[in-house]
Write a protein that binds this ligand. Structure first.
Ligand code: NAG
Ligand code: NAG
Ligand code: NAG
Ligand code: NAG
Ligand code: NAG
Ligand code: NAG
Length: 500
């Protein structure tokens, strides 16, 4: 059994990749984790996106002196509204994926550029998109992957900004504000902490900087997912909690396996117990993704979805407790198809995929296997999932098998300050109450200038998305407050320059 689980999770890890979020596999131990950001909405009056693409020669290794190679880091610039000289720069600290995707999906920056007279810069994170230090070989072995760290990425951002200031006419005195969501939000916050000489402040949206060992309870993440379902329909969480046993029961016979495969319109029929474990992981990840993208309007983030998608999902799960396993699982399949077939264009469901998107899953899995150790666990009581403890040793063993490296559980807490960050300044941590990542986020004010903004009706970094007529008042207020702080930071930075 133990061996089976390891095999399964290795397989799941390899295919999991998906989404942005960090979550993926909950199998045995390796939770592959990727974050993401959101897609544009069909009906809003989004301002057109127009940027120029540049490449900067960046050191492969900022922290040692033997490796002198460089690579091309991609970055995008939009200066249409920039008031030079000295107008501010909003600098997106790219996360684990193609920077053009994040750029296209961070409507907030596009919407505030004009009123702030700001230039927008979107910098790609090394090892993702086109910014590969060893070209196509970047992922071929752990020697090449060795330079994929958040510290190196932050140094890339700092060097790039210093270079822009030195070379762009009118930019020398420009205050720079870091903006990011999810892992990019963690980077934005850490960027201000490590390089306060380079950025005047940071907006860290849905950034779980405390989702590390010993900082928050490992079960909080899945509790929030469960609460989202509990509040969205009659018996919705209870029926999902029951569904795992129903799947085990039904899949215990060959005819049951066939029935399940047909009921869920699976591309590849379930044949073995390992397939069933993979199937359950896929469903679990589906519910997690829905919690992240439970937006108040129709959107296409990870998948095209209706407004308040969890409510639509839960309409299929509103059973009383006397329902049969088959009836229950029929409802679950209808619910899953809200996520996978909202547009009606999917011909079968692929249990190797949970999201579409430009995310670099393999890279994120490597980061999770080195610095970004984010414990998660479930108990089946306070959450609607099958109980599973956090097992660092099993996680570490999987990492060793996949990449030849073992994670350092305490390093993130050491290098990025853990919960002792009060000596820093000018960072906004925004969090959505519906977003499971808020479990690891900063949800209270720490000082006058380390501010937490809560958006009770918000899912994953709703505030960074384009505004929408259906936005709840809480996200409108959050955006207004964010811009107010931006203005304060800009004003203060300019004053400092003048007196210097
Ligand atoms: C982002 O938008 C640009 C311009 O509209 C487009 O060319 C590009 O394909 C988009 N990138 C992604 C990943 O969607
Ligand atoms: C298990 O499934 C069988 C049919 O395969 C059904 O008759 C039985 O009621 C189920 N057991 C439970 C506990 O739901
Ligand atoms: C389940 O119980 C409800 C009310 O308790 C009843 O109306 C319904 O007919 C029952 N359904 C089945 C399948 O027995
Ligand atoms: C998706 O929806 C379309 C339209 O309702 C339907 O024809 C198709 O069978 C559905 N696909 C799956 C996998 O259920
Ligand atoms: C399912 O998804 C995997 C991973 O993206 C892909 O390799 C495979 O071809 C897909 N299978 C089908 C039948 O679409
Ligand atoms: C933090 O302080 C700001 C400014 O006073 C306030 O608007 C916000 O609600 C506070 N955040 C929390 C989580 O209490």
């Amino acid at each position: 059994m133990a061996a089976d689980r390891t095999e399964v999770s290795a397989r799941a890890a390899a295919t999991c990749v998906l989404t942005l979020c960090l979550v993926c596999l909950h199998v045995s131990a390796l939770k592959s984790q990727l974050f993401t950001r959101t897609g544009g909405l069909p009906y809003s009056s989004e301002p057109p996106i127009s940027y120029k693409t540049f490449y900067f020669d960046q050191k492969v290794d900022h922290f040692g002196f033997l490796e002198d190679d460089t690579f091309k880091q991609r970055y995008l610039v939009a200066d249409k509204h920039w008031q030079q000289p000295g107008g501010p720069v909003l600098f997106y600290t790219g996360n684990e994926g193609d920077i053009t995707w994040f750029c296209n999906n961070t409507g907030f920056m596009w919407e505030v550029a004009e009123e702030l007279g700001a230039m927008l810069v979107f910098a790609e994170h090394r090892y993702y998109g086109e910014s590969l230090p060893f070209g196509q070989d970047s992922y071929s072995d752990s020697k090449h992957l060795n330079y994929l760290t958040a510290e190196q990425a932050l140094a890339d951002f700092a060097v790039l900004i210093q270079n822009l200031k030195n070379t762009l006419p009118g930019a020398q005195q420009s205050p720079v504000i870091a903006v990011g969501g999810s892992y990019g939000g963690m980077l934005a916050a850490w960027f201000r902490m490590k390089y306060p000489n380079v950025v005047a402040g940071a907006l860290a949206a849905s950034a779980p900087i405390w989702q590390f060992p010993g900082m928050v309870p490992c079960g909080d993440f899945y509790k929030i997912v469960t609460q989202d379902f509990a509040r969205s329909g009659y018996n919705c969480d209870a029926n999902i909690r029951k569904s795992w046993k129903a799947i085990n029961n039904v899949s215990s016979t060959v005819s049951g396996l066939q029935w399940l495969s047909e009921e869920f319109s699976l591309c590849a029929p379930l044949k073995t117990i390992i397939d069933v474990i993979g199937f359950k992981n896929w469903l679990q990840e589906t519910w997690v993704n829905l919690a992240m993208v439970d937006y108040p309007y129709e959107a296409n983030f990870l998948q095209p979805l209706p407004r308040w998608p969890i409510q639509v999902v839960c309409k299929n799960l509103a059973f009383d407790s006397n329902v049969s396993d088959y009836q229950l699982l029929h409802g679950v399949s209808q619910a899953a198809k809200v996520y996978y077939n909202y547009t009606g264009s999917s011909s079968c469901l692929n249990t190797s995929q949970t999201a579409t998107g430009s995310l670099g899953a393999l890279g994120w899995t490597y980061q999770a296997c080195t610095e970004m150790v984010m414990p998660m666990c479930t108990d089946g009581v306070q959450d609607m999932f099958e109980p599973e403890d956090w097992n660092f040793q099993a996680f570490s063993d999987e990492c060793k098998a996949m990449f030849g490296v073992r994670p350092r559980a305490d390093w993130a807490g050491t290098v990025f300050g853990g919960k002792e960050i009060a000596s820093h300044s000018n960072i906004i941590f925004s969090n959505g109450g519906l977003d499971p990542w808020s479990a690891g986020g900063v949800t209270h004010n720490i000082t006058d200038s380390l501010i937490s903004i809560m958006i009770p009706d918000g899912a994953h970094h709703l505030d960074l998305r384009y505004s929408n007529d259906l936005d709840p008042p809480s996200v409108r207020a959050a955006r207004a407050l964010e811009v107010k702080y931006f203005r304060q930071w800009i004003k203060k930075a300019k004053k400092t320059h003048r007196t210097a």
